[in-house]
Design a protein around this ligand. Structure first.
Ligand code: FEO
Length: 162
């Protein structure tokens, strides 16, 4: 079993990952309505990844004979203010998720829980990658602007994600 404190933070993390899925999905639906189908598809794929992250954490608790407590998932706070703004919101969100995952690693370290520390390393690597991906999209939108031609090309490119 994991400690009570680690059990609590992993359960919170499950909720945060499912909330992330909701956030990406709400953005995806919104951009789909606007006709930005490629970006919408990219966001929907990311939403599925977030749900996978939640399930990975849930399975870990089960593997450690610990308790799974699924809490209410809040409504995503999102209002469309442009494509760059979508990715800026996501960048800030992912930074919070990274802090949250780092906090689990810190606790595991303090408790000498090597199994949890080893498990959570994967999430740290995943967060570094997610922050990089989102930041790169922001950089390009900053460089080329949000003109229709740019959005068309970015939409086409992001739509290629599988
Ligand atoms: Fe699974 Fe984007 O955090």
């Amino acid at each position: 079993m994991v400690s009570e404190k680690i059990n609590e933070v992993i359960n919170e993390q499950i909720n945060k990952e499912f909330y992330s899925g909701y956030l990406y999905l709400s953005m995806s639906a919104n951009l789909n309505e606007l006709g930005l189908f490629g970006i919408a598809s990219w966001l929907k794929i990311q939403a599925k990844e977030e749900v996978e992250h939640g399930l990975k954490l849930l399975d870990y608790l089960l593997e450690r004979n610990s308790y799974v407590t699924l809490k209410q998932i809040r409504t995503p706070e999102f209002e469309f203010k442009g494509v760059k703004s979508v990715f800026e919101t996501l960048y800030e969100h992912e930074k919070c998720i990274t802090n949250s995952v780092m906090n689990i690693a810190k606790l595991a370290e303090e408790e000498c829980d090597r199994k949890t520390l080893n498990f959570i390393e994967w999430f740290i690597g995943e967060q570094v990658e997610e922050e990089r991906q989102v930041k790169n999209i922001i950089k390009r939108l900053e460089l080329f602007g949000e003109e229709k031609a740019t959005l068309y090309l970015i939409d086409k490119e992001l739509g290629q994600r599988e």
